[in-house]
Design a binder for this molecule. Sequence first.
Ligand code: NAP
Length: 244
Amino acid sequence: MSRKTAVVTGASSGIGAAAARALAEAGFDVVLGARRTDRLAEVAAAIGGTALPLDVTDEDSVNAFTEQVGRCDLLVNNAGGALGLDSIAGADLDLWQRMYDVNVLGTVRVTKALLPNLVASGDGQVVVIGSIAGHQPYPGGGGYNAAKHAEAALTRVLRMELLGEPVRVCEIDPGLVETEFSLVRFEGDRERADAVYAGMTPLVAEDIAETIAWVATRPAHVNIDQITITPRDQAGAQLVHRRK
Ligand code: NAP
């Protein structure tokens, strides 16, 4: 049988890059999308994958990307992230809009465009990288919490709407994973980003990638609906054990 194809959004760093590597290891041909094409090309070259420019917030970019995807057995909607940690009183609505656009509408744009390919594969799968922030709100998390709650909602709706179609839907919700996530959230402020993981052992991108590959390789009749993965040192969005 010919190899299955996986499409991974946001594959230029962190969880997406690790997922691309894990899926290639599991036998998939991998198509990688992100905006930083130099970084993307490096990840793709190491695994024999295909790097294509993708901005999930731009309809034309999504169309140009998905038009180049032929077979698609698995879509990993990973592109996303948080911007800022402002209270609602001090909310910067531009940041809220950008978080909604990338995490929610970005997932919808790419999923909508690739659904025909996923159905045509005869055994398609959509994996959405949500967050514990999509289930547990926290002070300062308003914009990101709202976006990830919305992403969780659309994932559940998708699962219901695809019932009867040969497409599985899974939401994976990580807790603290040390990637570029906090650096992006705090606009490159390294000290502030490092403080997020101070005194505790966070997850690494490979921990989530292994789970994505596991979900992707279950038998066709098995739908893993939702998985939450946290570090041992984290028992809630803001309940973190830190060593002195
Ligand atoms: P990361 O290292 O910052 O990776 C984010 C990825 O998303 C990058 O490859 C980035 O690539 C891509 N991206 C951002 N905006 C994009 C856009 N408009 N179009 C296409 N790609 C875009 O952070 P990460 O931790 O791996 O984040 C991956 C996912 O995990 C996100 O959805 C995040 O919300 C979720 N998550 C992370 C954590 C955590 O603690 N790290 C916890 C829970 C959930 P370019 O900049 O090159 O486009």
